[in-house]
Write a protein that binds this ligand. Sequence first.
Ligand code: ADP
Length: 338
Amino acid sequence: RLAAEAPRTDLATVDDVALRPKYLRDIIGQRAVCERIQIAVDAAAGRKEPLGHVLLDGPPGLGKTTFATCIPRELDVSLQIASGAALSAPKDLLPYLTNAEEGSVLFIDEIHRLPKAVEEFMYPAMEDFRIDITLGEGMNARTLNMKLRPMTIIGATTRSGMLSAPLRDRFPVREHLDFYSIAELTRIVVINAKKLGLPIDDDAAEKIATASRGTPRIANNRLRWVRDYAQSRAAGEATLPVTDDALGMLGVDQAGLDPQDRKYLSTILRVFHGGPAGVEAIAHTMNLPVDTLTDEVEPFLLRSELVIRTPRGRKLTTKAYDHLGVEAPSEEDAPRLF
Ligand code: ADP
């Protein structure tokens, strides 16, 4: 019944689908979120009503799509998948709304990228399960009111701050996904190594977890790389030395930071003397889009307390200086205003 899941080559690789948990009970970590969603799902199923619309936010790779694919399975309803970036006009959204079966789920990824016109078109669909279609133009324009089958919209965003308040308010269930602990990621690695048929030692699994920036998607990617490495350069088993070598080749360091993370920290250090530095300036210097920096690189570094946000820009912490192996400037060296 989840036919719409197959063509999502832009968002998920085949392996991604293979490793993705199928039911809420298979989801590792995010216990509080899982529990609240399970309660909402059970209550909706009991009342034979569609589940209230769900908004999921958090950095990439933390499980937003996973939740969005588990929920319809729990409800035994069909799922359609759309992306905010691809819905440029109301007519692009229309087929999804009219095709939706009763109680089914429509997942809209990157919902913060919906243009205003599409967003407003969606309001009555979310509130009263109806849409207003304008036919003709100018003097001859007529508005047609069309009823929809009751359904659930699940929106995912890396930036809930960019959503308009009226859109955000139309989601009764709003959940934030946070980074995973090393223990949770280790469990994910162990389970997925089994799915991939890779024998792995406990300490090697923990090593991969530590090298994954708190993110299950990265843990899966690292695990696949370790599998390839183990199969082509070792005896096909992920022992600790094999895993160390494999991760070393990716440039992942002891703290689990990758070359891009270190480039970000060293750019602030070298070019901006440790900060504060504006995010645009850092992005230009690194030759990266600002969005990539704020959505993918910074959240984990902020969370790891390697960098802080100040009103005047990003600034390295003492921990970052330690990590880079340079001495932090003492308070006396800092420029004084008075
Ligand atoms: P997002 O939509 O937030 O970018 P995904 O849901 O696509 O992230 O997650 C990426 C991959 O990470 C999934 O394919 C899945 O294999 C894995 N994953 C994410 N969250 C979990 C979890 N809680 N437990 C186990 N695996 C997870």
